[in-house]
Ligand binder design. Structure first.
Ligand code: ZN
Ligand code: ZN
Length: 445
């Protein structure tokens, strides 16, 4: 194969958790890995819903959306990007597809496509998240996608959303590995293991790795979380209120199993039911059926329902409950609720001995952008103690170090972290060179 110049440029995910946008160029071929929204940058200027960006111009002006000629729908230039590869469906990796020219193909796992299309249906039209018209090209592990002379090999990894992948990119100079977001303490560590094996075999020139958990690391696992949830539910005499991320299927399954085990029903929101219904179409996933006797669908009190909400209510009539019904059966329910559902507590009137479980932490998850102070005031008002039971979707430092040693790339680029310097020091005895990337700078590999 003819050797071209191969470079990496990081347009996001630099010194911040999320917002990944990594350009890989091999000769004339230009491919992006992820195209996410940067919550950290956005927070510096905006506070939705009242102070929100109105146009892409504002986002570019403030440096939230990088200037990349020929990438965006609004720039009227010929496409300058050959393809985009998404590692998974979290917004900090995928949302800014919104701005991408529709003729640029977007390769992603089948599950990611399902998730993004479902979320796009059940959210109001949004400048920063709109996948209408995107040319999704779904893949599965084992597929190899060629873009000109590049060959991209997606390999599944375990993360807090199903359908997450790492990539091994075979360039004209050798392999470049991108981890996406991953972990080895989740429900399917063997998937991450397979990715690491393949990455190692590729003898990569460079690894672009997530490094989220350099501070506040812990030793736990998804199964330990389930045990803890069970112990809380076992002891609770009233209703169990719970918050967890909409697309975290492992956690959903944990709550479902715990509900079943304790003779309770798990009441999910219409939004969650809609995502679950979509994900049930993915044969590779285990998602609780909405007609299951341990599942209820909680219909919030409001005057008008969106079309997709009406459809869910119609299709699963016999499983749909309102706040009054839940209020009558508190001791036999786990009610999944978000910050936006707190007003329901007024009718629910949690009985003595009820409690609240926060089973999420990632602040870049839209569902969890909670205002903790207000949340606490509600729970104080109703006498609800709060438990925090969670395990991160991201790999822990010692495990990451051992994996990077094993993969043994010539260069390591840490991204998706606010502790880049710490990472560089902690990893300084790796054989390869650790390079803290600068935003917008081109690195030859
Ligand atoms: Zn992420
Ligand atoms: Zn993620």
């Amino acid at each position: 194969m003819v050797k071209h110049r191969t470079t990496l440029t990081f347009y996001g995910g630099v010194n911040e958790i999320g917002g990944n946008k990594i350009l890989l160029q091999d000769g004339d071929t230009r491919v992006f890995f992820d195209f996410g929204m940067s919550y950290a940058l956005k927070k510096q200027f905006y506070s939705p819903p009242f102070l929100s960006p109105k146009t892409e111009k504002s986002l570019q002006e403030l440096g939230i959306l990088p200037r990349i000629e020929g990438a965006y729908r609004f720039d009227g230039k010929a496409p300058s990007v050959d393809a985009i590869f998404l590692s998974h469906g979290h917004m900090d990796h995928s949302a800014y597809l919104s701005f991408i020219k529709r003729e640029i193909p977007v390769h992603c796992g089948e599950t990611t496509k399902i998730i993004l299309e479902a979320l796009s249906e059940n959210r109001r039209a949004d400048l920063e998240f709109d996948v209408e018209g995107i040319d999704f090209k779904p893949f599965r592990t084992g597929n190899k996608i060629t873009v000109d002379d590049l060959e991209v090999e997606p390999v599944h990894v375990d993360h807090s959303v199903p359908g997450a992948y790492g990539f091994i990119v075979h360039t004209s100079n050798g392999a470049v590995v991108y981890t996406g977001d991953f972990r080895v303490h989740g429900a399917k560590p063997e998937m991450t293991r397979e990715f690491v094996e393949k990455a190692k075999d590729a003898e990569p020139l460079a690894v672009v790795t997530e490094a989220t958990n350099m501070t506040g690391a812990s030793v736990s696992s998804e199964s330990e979380v389930e045990g803890k949830l069970n112990s809380i539910v076992e002891q609770t005499s009233g209703i169990v209120l719970a918050s967890f991320a909409l697309t975290d299927v492992d956690r959903l399954n944990s709550f479902y199993r715990v509900a079943k085990k304790n003779g309770r029903c798990l009441a999910v929101s219409l939004k969650q039911a809609h995502v679950m219904e979509a994900l049930r179409r993915d044969k590779g996933l285990r998602v609780p059926p909405l007609r299951d006797e341990s599942v209820l669908i909680f219909r919030k009190s409001k005057k008008r329902y969106d079309r997709w909400e009406g459809q869910i209510i119609e299709r699963y009539k016999e499983r749909v409950v309102d706040v009054f019904e839940v209020s009558k059966r508190q001791c036999s329910a786990i009610l999944a609720m978000s910050f936006y559902d707190l007003e329901e507590l007024v009718e629910l009137q949690p009985s003595a001995g009820s409690c609240y479980v926060l089973s999420a932490s990632e602040p870049f998850n839209e569902e969890m952008e909670m205002d903790f102070e207000r949340l606490c005031n509600w729970f104080r008002h109703y006498g609800l103690p709060q438990y925090h039971v969670h395990v991160s979707g991201h790999i822990m430092p010692l495990q990451l170090k051992s994996i990077l040693k094993e993969v043994n790339a010539a260069r390591v680029f840490p991204i998706h972290t606010d502790s880049t310097e710490l990472f560089v020091k902690f990893m300084r005895d790796l054989k390869g060179q650790v390079v803290p990337p600068e935003k917008g700078r081109e690195y030859e590999v």
